[in-house]
Structure formats: structure tokens, C-alpha cells
Design a binder for this molecule. Structure first.
Ligand code: DGL
Length: 275
């Protein structure tokens, strides 16, 4: 039986990845799961993020998805390795796959930076994991990476304040802190799937010569490539072009904010994923 691809985020941020994936690969079916009742994840401990992410993955597997994308940097940074190494090999169906967003983003940075200095803005969880530094060092050992935690940015997006004048203050504050650490940065990775919603404000606050890398298209291209290289997985995916939205919070509230991300009307269902 063929089944949808599962896309997971702590809240609304993964919708930016979902939109890019659906644009690139409209033929497949998708289930989007937002753990909005427990978002944000970015300020939580390693163990908690691990537990919550595993519950989300188990939910999507139980719904039949053979492939799950962690459309969340925090979950990718904190839980992906644990799931790939210690959960999947011993699960009922070890041929299922879970992929993250960090590796595809890092693979694409070549050619972006001229100074060899890259800034990474992300949640405190992603920054403290040093995942970007580690992944970039493996592929581009000469590149210098400076991370900046932006703890207020996800709440601004989750509360629908990303366009408000109040958001300008927090956008500027963290970018100034980043550039004070390294003035040679010429490339900025938006390493949180919520941040594309703040992009107009980020662009306005950044010096013009700094290029922004946003993840949606990179993750979509990497998924397309993965499916071409893995026909055994591709053959397990259903192709009806459908999308089903699931949230752990109130579905009406989810639908209202999610439609800002997707630009279309959203119909959501509330689900429980905690045991
Ligand atoms: N969207 C998630 C990410 O990419 C973070 C949101 C959160 O803190 O829950 O990191």
C-alpha cells in the first residue's frame, strides 16, 4: 500500500518547508503534523525534545508514512541522530526513514560566501547543539561559523506578530549581536523554519551585502534527489497530490495562522501524540 510523506514541526514553522516541498513535488500526498500544544521546542532540554520528536515520528509512522521529514532545525539538531541510530534499526519496520533539514542546508552553502564567514541564526536549542558548526566543518573546514540564538523570534511567529512593529526590535537586537561577534559575515543561514516569516524584517535590518540562505527550496531539492536515488522508497509513496493537517492544539486556531503561511485555506484536525 502506498502512503503519504510525513512532515513534522513543533508548530507552524515547518509549513515553510512543506510549501517548498509541495511546489517541487506536488504529485505526492502529505501529512503535516504541528505539535503546537507544546511549541516552542527551542528552549527545551535535549531529553524533552528527543521524547517529543520521537512521539511525533511514531504518530506519523502509525499513520502509515514510510518517510518522515523533521521540518524543524531544533528537532533535527537534537533528536535526528538518536532516532536514526537507536530507534529506527530496532523499530517494527527498519526500512522507514527519517530525514532532517540541517544536512541539506549545509550542503548548499558552497558558493554563497566569499569571505568564508557565515552567520547562523536559530533557536537556543539549535545553537547550543553546535550542529551547524559540526556539519559545516565536515564539508567546508575553512569556513568560520558564528551562531546567534534568537529566543524571541519563534514566539513572535507563533503568536502572529511577525509583521508587527514590535518584532523590529527583536529582529535588530539579535542581528546586531551576531554582527558584533563577527563583522566579516557575508552569508546568513536562517536555521529555523519559522524565520522565513520574519525575512522582510531581517532583510531590512541587515547590511545589503549579506546574503540570506533560507531552507525551503534546499530541503525540497534534496528530497527530490533522495527519492531519485531511492526508488524503493519512492514506490511506497502515494501520489494523489493531497495534504492533511494535524495539530496537537485547537484546530481552528491552527487553521487561522497556518493559512498565513500557506496562502490558502487550511482544514486541520486535532490529534494526541503523547502516550
Ligand atoms: N521551527 C523550529 C526550528 O526550525 C523551531 C521552533 C521551536 O522552537 O519550536 O528550529
Amino acid at each position: 500500500m502506498r502512503s503519504p510523506i510525513g512532515i513534522f514541526d513543533s508548530g507552524y514553522g515547518g509549513l515553510t518547508i512543506l510549501s517548498a516541498i509541495r511546489k517541487q513535488l506536488p504529485q505526492y500526498d502529505y501529512i503535516y503534523l504541528g505539535d503546537n500544544a507544546r511549541a516552542p521546542y527551542g528552549t527545551r532540554s535535549f531529553e524533552v525534545i528527543n521524547d517529543f520528536t520521537l512521539q511525533a515520528v511514531e504518530y506519523l509512522f502509525a499513520e502509515g508514512c514510510p518517510l518522515v521529514i523533521l521540518a524543524c532545525n531544533t528537532a533535527s539538531a537534537k533528536a535526528l541522530r538518536e532516532i536514526q541510530q537507536h530507534y529506527l534499526p530496532f523499530s517494527q519496520d527498519p526500512s522507514r526513514r527519517v530525514l532532517g533539514v540541517i544536512r541539506p542546508t549545509v550542503e548548499a552553502i558552497e558558493g554563497f560566501t566569499e569571505t568564508g564567514h557565515i552567520g547562523v541564526v536559530a533557536t537556543p536549542g539549535t545553537i547550543s547543539s553546535h550542529s551547524y558548526e559540526h556539519e559545516i566543518a565536515k564539508l567546508f573546514p575553512d569556513v568560520q561559523v558564528t551562531g546567534q540564538a534568537c529566543p524571541m523570534w519563534v514566539p513572535l511567529v507563533e503568536y502572529g506578530e511577525s509583521q508587527s512593529p514590535g518584532a523590529d526590535y527583536f529582529v535588530r537586537q539579535y542581528l546586531e549581536q551576531l554582527l558584533a561577534q563577527d563583522g566579516d559575515i557575508d552569508t546568513l543561514i536562517l536555521a529555523c523554519t519559522h524565520y522565513p516569516l520574519l525575512r522582510p524584517k531581517i532583510e531590512a535590518a541587515l547590511p545589503e551585502h549579506i546574503k540570506i540562505i533560507s531552507q525551503g527550496e534546499l530541503v525540497a531539492a534534496s528530497l527530490e534527489d533522495y527519492l531519485q536515488r531511492h526508488p524503493e522508497m519512492e514506490q511506497r509513496l502515494s501520489q494523489g497530490g493531497g495534504i492533511s493537517y494535524r495539530t496537537t492544539e485547537c484546530p481552528e486556531k491552527f487553521a487561522e495562522l497556518a493559512s498565513i503561511f500557506t496562502g490558502t485555506e487550511v482544514d486541520a484536525v486535532r490529534v494526541r501524540i503523547a502516550p
